[in-house]
Design a protein around this ligand. Structure first.
Ligand code: AMP
Length: 384
């Protein structure tokens, strides 16, 4: 049997997964892992049937990181064909609303979207180039983080600025689309009534966003033109008055590069706590700033639940996913705390046990672990 490889290149990491290509059903996973801290103290984390291993490596750029991944996969790929490679691509712009086979023209179009996601898109492009060189005969497929939100109504897609900017592509694209695709598929398969109803999916990880979903369609989402908007994240601020940016540029004398660094790397939980973006560490801390950072994170989610509920015209269920959403009963309880008015109440024991069904109020609450790699592998299999 041939193989499917998925690659998910971030600013300093590449996640990978290797699947067996089967004729029917979901492709079985062989191994998954990531190279993290590319450019600094890089290491390879591998998760396979032998468990989890961490190996210090040298990788000063994404190409070297991919080489390390391919070296690690050598035993699994030996004598077998990699038939397809799936690439997570952060930005699909206004035009890519479904996965595409990567042709020269598509690659050029993906490259041209780099100004919309300058910290991520170039790495996605270099992963495609590296995979094309390594597996010239394999089908390369691009799966876009923005595509799930492509059908949103104009009112949830536009900003209230002169119309020409909308036409030029300044829109509320939204992100985390692979995760939302997976959750929508799980809801359809396991909770069909909820799938057809009004659901908020809370993808809470180091990056965090929420999506208002009806019948598997995105109606509205908390992220916008960039992955900075909406919820408080590990190192990104979430909702921010644009006047703050003008103030920083005009009065604090910051350059746009400095503002960008602050917004992407120094804000959110890390900025507020002046400690860390790691939620586990913050939850165990008794430091006042750490506690305030967690409280801010929770309060922003609560406000956005209200906002997305208005966009949906009511709420039937909420799904928690992502590293924090899947693993932290404390954060889920903190979000539900005081939201009985909207019908959100948790069964304490079920929440502590991690679900999947944790709600006890009129609004159903679920914990569903996401699986973005499987969404990519499926997209490749469908096109082979
Ligand atoms: P992700 O980006 O989806 O991998 O999520 C990473 C975030 O999940 C980090 O802030 C982790 O601290 C957080 N996380 C993972 N496990 C737990 C846990 N058991 N409790 C609280 N936070 C967690």
């Amino acid at each position: 049997m041939s193989l499917i490889l998925t690659l998910n290149a971030g600013s300093s990491s590449i996640k990978f997964a290797l699947y067996e290509k089967t004729l029917k059903g979901d492709p079985p996973l062989i191994v998954r892992g990531k190279v993290e801290r590319i450019g600094t103290a890089a290491r390879l984390v591998v998760n396979d049937s032998d468990g989890k291993r961490m190996i210090d490596i040298s990788a000063s750029n994404h190409r070297e990181a991919l080489n390390a991944i391919l070296e690690e996969l050598k035993d699994d790929t030996k004598g077998r064909t990699v038939a397809g490679v799936g690439h997570r691509i952060v930005h699909g712009g206004p035009d890519f609303s479904a996965p595409v086979r990567i042709s020269e023209a598509n690659l050029e179009a993906i490259r041209a979207l780099s100004p919309l996601a300058p910290l991520h898109q170039p790495h996605n492009v270099s992963a495609i180039e590296a995979a094309l060189a390594e597996f010239p005969k394999a089908m390369q497929v691009g799966i876009f983080g923005t595509a799930f939100h492509a059908g949103k109504p104009f009112t949830q897609d536009a900003y209230g600025i002169p119309r020409r900017y909308y036409e030029a592509g300044v829109r509320r694209y939204g992100f985390h689309g692979l995760s939302y695709t997976y959750i929508a598929e799980r809801l359809e398969a396991r909770y069909p009534a909820l799938y057809s109803g009004r659901v908020i999916v809370a993808h809470l990880g180091n990056g965090a966003s929420m999506c208002a979903m009806k019948g598997g369609q995105s109606i509205a989402t908390t992220m916008g033109f960039s992955a900075l908007d909406g919820l408080c994240m590990g190192t990104r601020p979430g909702q921010l008055d644009p006047g703050v940016l003008l103030y920083l540029l005009d009065n604090e004398g910051m350059t746009s590069a400095e503002v960008s660094k602050m917004l992407y790397k120094e804000s959110g939980l890390k900025g507020l706590s002046e400690n860390t973006n790691d939620m586990r560490v913050l939850l165990e801390s008794s430091d006042v700033k750490d506690k305030e950072a967690v409280a801010y994170f929770t309060a922003r989610i609560q406000r956005e639940i209200g906002s997305l509920t208005a966009a949906l015209g009511g709420l039937d269920g909420i799904v928690f996913t992502g590293g924090i959403g899947e693993n932290s009963a404390e954060i889920r309880a903190g979000i539900a705390n005081g939201m009985g008015w909207i019908g959100l109440e948790l069964n304490e024991a079920a929440n502590e046990a991690g679900g999947p069904v944790i709600g006890s109020g009129a609004v159903q609450a679920l914990v569903i672990p996401t699986n973005e790699e499987l969404v990519m592998a499926r997209a490749v299999v469908e096109r082979l």
